[in-house]
Design a protein around this ligand. Structure first.
Ligand code: PMP
Length: 393
């Protein structure tokens, strides 16, 4: 039986970018120990009190269909958190709870774009972005944020690509680069959205992982709340990746549309997961800081390790759980570097190319293993790079 062209088009005949990850998982399954620095998942599990609340809620009977838009109490909590952090008036009618940020991204583009509409996204990008846009029927158009510009997108490049586009997807703090978009960049982005009448989909799932500077949501910029859809998630902020709980914040009318879509797709998020998420959010930023602390610590360790050599260059970044390393001095591509590291050292890192052409010659390192093992792996990576660079010289 033939499948739809829509589903065949999701990966556009290309790869999903996760080859090194799949290969390292296969090696682990075959009994080969691999140091995994690929996927963005914490090395701690969801905290026991959050699970206890999940358990309590389930035993109290919250195992039936939950309200499709999300439970009032959780929507209120998310709205209050957004209003406190951005100053933008936000009520439960501006919020829909989704099964994770990923489902939120899909729903946002299903709602903002007609089939065939161009949707801009920034390269380097989180690996699912182009496939998500295609799955929603949009036509993905990459706009490069170049290494020499600190991986920040430029308004002029966006404007040049915006003709005929309907939406723009950005992500700050950024996966894979760790870069945070400052006010100047966001103001340029907002201007392009206003001049070209674009929806702005702002993926802010790393908004609690800020190691330098501050997180600014573009929804808070003048006249942006009516055209911005913010994607949020419990995954990264509360180590709840497996709970699949996220949200979209946006104008009431489009949120109502997204709720209609949810009725015909996922039909809500389990009530006991929502109660646990509400409990977790109620712990405030103290818990969020605690969850993020290991990444901040490892980032400091990485600065120390990298300062002792001059082959691998750390992309100056301010947030999230990743390091982007420029390995061009080795003469290798990111893919060849990652393959060789996996083969010879059994250390798995993601090639920059998995996140787009703009990250070629880089590798992304997830700071997701225990401190001393992380430091050792990074030292091995640097020695490996030094060996390759002297061969290349
Ligand atoms: N956006 C970005 C930038 C991500 O890195 C991820 C997960 N790695 C997601 C969205 C989706 O996260 P989730 O569906 O778990 O909320």
């Amino acid at each position: 039986m033939d499948r739809s062209s829509r589903i065949k088009g999701v990966l556009a005949g290309g790869s999903d970018g996760w080859e090194v990850f799949h290969k390292s998982r296969a090696m682990i399954a075959a009994g080969v120990p691999v140091t995994e620095l690929t996927i963005g998942e914490h090395d701690i599990r969801t905290a026991a009190p959050i699970l206890q609340e999940m358990h309590r809620s389930a035993l109290a009977g919250h195992t039936g269909y939950a309200a499709v838009p999300g439970k009032d109490a959780l929507r209120d909590r998310i709205a209050k958190r957004a209003e406190e952090r951005t100053g933008v008036r936000t009520t439960r009618d501006n919020v829909v709870v989704t099964p994770g940020g990923q489902a939120g991204l899909f729903a946002a583009f299903m709602t903002a774009c007609d089939p065939g509409d161009a949707a801009l996204y920034i390269d380097p990008y989180y690996a699912t972005y182009p496939g998500t846009l295609r799955a929603a029927g949009a036509r993905p158009v990459a706009v490069a944020a170049r290494a020499e510009h600190g991986f920040l997108p430029r308004g002029s490049d966006l404007a040049a690509a915006a003709t005929g586009a309907k939406a723009l997807l950005i992500n700050t703090p950024n996966n894979p680069t760790g870069v945070i978009y400052g006010r100047e960049t966001l103001t340029e982005i907002a201007k392009v959205c206003q001049d070209r009448d674009l929806w702005l989909v702002s993926d802010e799932v790393y908004d609690t992982q800020i190691w330098e500077g501050e997180h600014l949501s573009p929804r808070a910029l003048p006249d942006m709340a009516d055209r911005t859809l913010v994607i949020g998630s419990m995954s990264k902020s509360h180590a709840m990746t497996g709970s699949r709980c996220g949200w979209i914040i946006g104008p009431e009318d489009i949120i109502a549309d997204i709720i209609d879509l949810a009725t015909h797709t996922n039909y809500g998020v389990p009530g006991f997961i929502q109660d646990a998420s509400n409990y977790a959010l109620a712990q405030g930023d103290a818990l969020e800081r605690e969850i993020g602390a290991p990444f901040e610590r490892r980032r400091t360790l990485a600065h120390q390790v990298l300062a002792a050599q001059n082959v691998v260059r750390l992309v100056p970044s301010q947030g999230a759980m990743y390091l982007m390393l420029d390995i061009r001095a080795t003469g290798l591509s990111g893919s060849d570097f990652a393959d060789a590291m996996l083969e010879s050292l059994h250390i798995a890192v993601m090639p920059g190319e998995s996140f787009g052409a703009a990250a070629a010659g880089h590798v992304r390192v997830a700071m997701t293993i225990e401190d001393s093992a992380f430091e050792t792996a990074l030292r091995s990576l640097c020695s490996f790079a030094e060996g390759r660079a002297s061969r290349a010289a």
